[in-house]
Design a protein. Sequence first.
Lengths: 229, 81, 112
Amino acid sequence: MIKRLVSIIILAVVITSLFMVLSETAPFGDDETVVSHRYIYKGVDETGSANLVTAVVLNYRGFDTLGEVTVLFVAATGVGAALYTRKHPVRKNKVEASLIVKTGSKLLFPMMLLFGAYIFVHGHLTPGGGFQGGAVIATAFVFKYISDTRYSIDHVGFTKMESASGMIFAGLGIMGLLLGGYFLLNILPNGTPGELISAGILPIIYIAIGIKVGAELTGIIDRMMGVEA
Amino acid sequence: MIEVAVGFLVIAMIIFSVYAAETGDLMYAVVAVMAVSLIVSMLFYVLQAPDVAMAEAAIGAGLTTAVFVLAIKKTERYEHD
Amino acid sequence: MMFYFASAALIAIGIYMLMVKKNLIKMILGLSVIDSGVNLLLISIGYINGKTAPIIQPGVSPSNVVDPLPQALVLTNIVIGVSVTALALSVVIRVYKHYKTLNSSEVRDLKW
């Protein structure tokens, strides 16, 4: 009880000071920073992407995103290593899913895959992108796992797809290094902002990220489903 | 008008997170955290960040819950003090 | 202001869960709550009064959009958050298999 009280008092002090510092230094609704000024006013001309968040994530800070995809890969590998079992894990659900769940997931599964693909193909035009689309695809596979007690993904195919999309991302970066002098240089023409084929290499990278994120998150779910308690 | 809606959402969010902290049933706590994520994603939309709102709704409210539920299924559901 | 208050409250409740609770899954839930709070804080710092989402279309001029930089940071943070949560939970499943408990003070090697 005394521990609970002490922690609440400490937290109140810390949070109040955080609140006061924030309202002094960054008042709510204030103007943007100097760096963002450049991104907002020059972003569309320099990258050709109508969605400025995509421009920042993939063009100005593309190297950061490569590092982030690497973190995701390492975490998925860590889940696989922590839940490793000597023999191949067998799913042993006793309860079958009901008819409604089975039929509904059969009907919804292709649509969810299509919706995920739509989100990451249009990442440079509308809200969305590789990360969101990949998450939607992984959710579709969660549905599949829930509805069918014996379903399991094709591990070899998923691994190949994931490695191929990672290599596309890194390969485009290295190609920019060879052709223009720095990593992830936009080697294709920008086109007209707002059209589907525009923004140079950004849509290709976002498709690769979408497939990679989808495969990795599905792999994590598969690992956590498979292990026996 | 929008301020009133945001106020209701914030109050509901704080109630859900306190409930998640205090309940002894981990499954209820996971569902409460999912509700917090969903409300945070609505607040992102109010703050003009549709990209982030989509990511939070798909990942924070969908996949995180699935991972937690699977982990609880592999371990135990009730919290003993 | 409401948004700063909300994110500060979420961070406080998350840290409270980490400090007081003994159950390992409860502690990871606390980490997840802190994650949401920090994301909300970053996005609300980037908000500018009366401006719209950072997507340039006909009819939306660059002088009329909010700051895209915090949104890009938070987008990557959310994806990293779920993978780190999954990694932590898989370690917890291992701990449970070995010690048959989720209470952090009964796990011999985690005592403090």
